[in-house]
Unconditional design. Sequence first.
Length: 219
Amino acid sequence: MSIGDNYHKIEEDIPDYVAIVLAAKTRTPQEIEEAIEAGATNIGANYVQEAEKIHNALGEKAKKVLWHMIGHLQKNKVNKALPIFDVIQTVDSLRLAEAISKRAGKVCPVYIEINSGREPQKSGVMPEDVEELIRQISHLENVKIEGLMTMGPRFGNPEDARPFFKETKKLFDYIKGLDLPNVKMEMLSMGMSNAYKVAIEEGSTMIRPGSIVFGERPQ
């Protein structure tokens, strides 16, 4: 099946309210273009440099979609990231949020990345520290918190990821209920190729499939 066919299959498979952000790590501009031609409206990139290359190669076609930063964003890459990305999904510290707010020149939508598996090697804020961080960031002028994002631990069996999605949804609902200024809990971004169905069952409104659409990444 083609990239377009794979994309349409997922589209048909999921509820209308769930957005698809295609994880484009290691993909070629030609592959991204094929996805855009099939109707993809959101592209996710893990690295600023990689996104910049694809953006430049696509030219005007890059403007047809929204670009999401879904990898860890280093503070020193913020200047380069802001002209490319429409949404930063991986804010996990006040320092990063401050750097975005200071350099954005306009309001930048962000999601707070949750380290739902409490894995020391992964980025993201620990679930117990989320409220405090969001309260701090909510005062920044050019940052608007629009949701939460989590990777969750990787498992062969998607069912094993369920508790981590469940906990993130609980946090999402809790933060939403606080009704904080400059915080609008609209998107819950969780679930990749192997576990997006479980993530949707647990409340995800945005999934980030990659290999299920593009095929396995080249080794």
